[in-house]
Design a protein. Structure first.
Length: 160
């Protein structure tokens, strides 16, 4: 009698344990199914047919189009980068008084250089009798046709 009681008691707890395991397992499977269903619905939002092959083909076509546009943008950026190095991007300004008989620093030198320190130096010498302008071409930080004066060299160095 005692063995039968233990066996019934043990079988009841075993059945209860197995039932709890199946309920948890069923709940977990239900959770995953609902999660996948929401993902599936969001995947087809805005699409006319629920055809997964069409949706994947459209996504792949969009990716290919995006890659082509990215390649075009890279080429455009490279072109703009090369072109931008040729524009003046370094500027130096030096004011000074070249003559002792005039007051103030009315004369100046302006250096306009590109990426490779090539460009022009504009010198303006102000005196009581007038104002004179000089332009010299610069290549790699050095004068091309004429040597740069000390002040012009300082201005080019400031611009670098």
């Amino acid at each position: 009698m005692r063995i039968q009681m233990l066996s019934i008691f043990f079988n009841a707890y075993s059945f209860l344990g197995i039932t709890i395991v199946f309920i948890v397992w069923f709940g977990w499977i239900t959770f995953l199914t609902l999660k996948n269903q929401r993902l599936f619905q969001s995947f087809f939002t805005g699409r006319e047919k629920n055809n997964i092959q069409e949706a994947i083909n459209k996504i792949l076509a969009d990716i290919k189009k995006g890659q082509e546009e990215l390649l075009a943008l890279k080429e455009n950026f490279s072109s703009l980068d090369k072109e931008g190095k040729k524009h003046y991007q370094k500027i130096g300004l030096y004011r000074f008084n070249p003559f002792k008989d005039t007051g103030g620093e009315q004369s100046f030198i302006l250096a306009l250089l590109d990426e490779e320190n090539t460009g022009i130096v504009i010198s303006s010498l102000f005196s009581r009798t007038g104002n004179r302008w000089y332009v010299k071409q610069v290549k790699n930080g050095k004068g091309v046709d004429a040597q740069l004066s000390e002040e012009e060299n300082k201005t080019v160095e400031t611009a670098k």
